[in-house]
Every structure is written in C-alpha cells, then in structure tokens.
Design a protein around this ligand. Structure first.
Ligand SMILES: [Zn+2]
Length: 256
C-alpha cells in the first residue's frame, strides 16, 4: 500500500457524533486544533457549528455567519450577538441566576461574535511580542522571526507550533502554548456565535447555572470562555467529550 503523510484518527464516539458534513482535518495543525477546540463541533439543541476547524478568510466566515439564525440583545451594557438557540438558553440562564441574586455579564464588546479580522488581530497581539521576546532572548534568529512575520496569518500557525515544540511559547505569559491564550486566525469559537466570555466565570454557582442551560467550558485554561453545546451535562460523555480538571474547574474536550 502507498504510504501517505496523512494522519489517521481512529473512529470513536466523538468522531461518530460530528456532523456528517464536517471536514475532518488530516494535517497536524488541524488535528491539534480539533483536540483543543473541538467540543464545539458536536453542539446540539439548535446550534449550527462550522463544518471546518479553520476558516481560511473573511469571505468564508461571513458566508457561514450569514447562513445562521442569530439574535442580538443588550446584556450588561454590551450588544451581544449569538445563534438564536444559544441566546435563548443564555437568557434563561441569566433569568435563573437573577432568582439567586447572581448576574451573568459579557466581558466586553467582543465577548460573543467575532469576525475573521478580529481573530487575525488577536493572534498578532500575541505572536508579535512573543517573536520579539525570543529574538531578544537569543533563542530565535531575527531573520527567522521576520520570515514568520511575513507569512499569511494562516501559514504562521504551523510555524508558531514548531517554535513552541522547541520551548518558545507564544501565549501572553510566554509560558504555555498560544492556543490557551488566543485562537489561531480563523479558528476561534467566537466566529460560530456559540461562545461567550463571561465576567463572573470564577463563581461556581454561575458556571453551574450556565451548564444547566447548555453552556460549558471547553477550552482549557481559557477561564472566562463558555461554549454553547445545547445538551445537559450527562449527555456530554455520550457525545464523545471527556472531562478535564484544570485551574480548579472542569473543561469538556473531545476524547481523541
Ligand atoms: Zn472566548
């Protein structure tokens, strides 16, 4: 049989629960992103997840976002736009929280929906200072840093992962992978309008109310970040997600 560079993933519960039209990545970057951010793709309850782990540009993102049923509300002083199913459940969670004198508010104007350009900007806000830092440290040649800077945001991703495999981490604190700090361009769950960054994420009662309404934490160490999965907690493992304990709380990730 002919050898290929493609990596095979065994079929398992998570894979079996992905939407039929989902394009399963076969490259190492795509596979890594599926592992880190992939809980989103099994979202149920009226949510329409993207059919790809990585959007290649604004046109692709806009076409996907335009196809969705969305709703916009003013919450905590910010305009929040989400897929309709995610918004309905968020509002139910907020109403239930209020009964217990709790509030659930967005972290800022970009707490929910983002576009492709936002993800490029956020990515650059981590990559550029990190490259400067590793050049100053003497770990990275200046010419190599310039070469990486000159690549398209999409092509930078594998290069940054390569640096990180050599210990040159690019998160904000330069001590862990950039994927725990900011999503590579075109891969943010916020593009799907099924994610929300919440101010009150430290409060276990708030996390519990959100979970009761289908909102879970799915990106390890991204503490304010919640993802609408549209199912109850006891269905998550049946959909192929596993529970990870990190930073004093639980996250749900693909069991790959
Ligand atoms: Zn987020």
């Amino acid at each position: 049989m002919k050898k290929t560079n493609k990596i095979k993933i065994k079929s398992n519960e998570y894979i079996a629960n992905l939407p039929k039209e989902f394009n399963r990545p076969t490259d190492t970057v795509g596979q890594r992103l599926l592992k880190e951010y992939g809980a989103l793709f099994i979202a149920r309850g009226g949510a329409i997840p993207p059919n790809t782990v990585i959007f290649k540009g604004e046109r692709q993102v806009s076409a996907y976002q335009a196809s969705l049923s969305k709703s916009k509300e003013n919450i905590g002083g910010f305009a929040v736009e989400l897929q309709t199913a995610a918004m309905k459940n968020l509002k139910d969670a907020i109403a239930e929280a209020e009964k217990n004198s709790l509030i659930i508010t967005p972290r800022g104007a970009d707490a929910a929906k983002r576009n492709y350009a936002d993800t490029v900007m956020l990515w650059a806000s981590r990559v550029n200072p990190a490259l400067t830092y590793w050049v100053e440290k003497g770990a990275l040649k200046e010419a190599e840093a310039s070469r990486i800077c000159s690549l398209s945001p999409f092509n930078q991703v594998s290069e940054i992962f390569k640096l990180e495999s050599q210990g040159m981490f690019c998160s904000k604190d330069l001590a862990k992978s950039i994927v725990y700090s900011v999503a590579p361009p075109g891969t943010s769950q916020h593009l799907s309008m099924l994610a929300l960054d919440v101010n009150e994420h430290d409060d276990l009662r708030v996390r519990d109310v959100l979970a009761e309404h289908g909102w879970f934490q799915t990106v390890v160490s991204d503490l304010p970040h919640f993802t609408f999965l549209g199912v109850s907690k006891n269905q998550l493992s049946k959909l192929g997600l596993k529970k990870i304990f990190d930073s004093g709380r639980f996250f749900w990730l693909p069991n790959l």
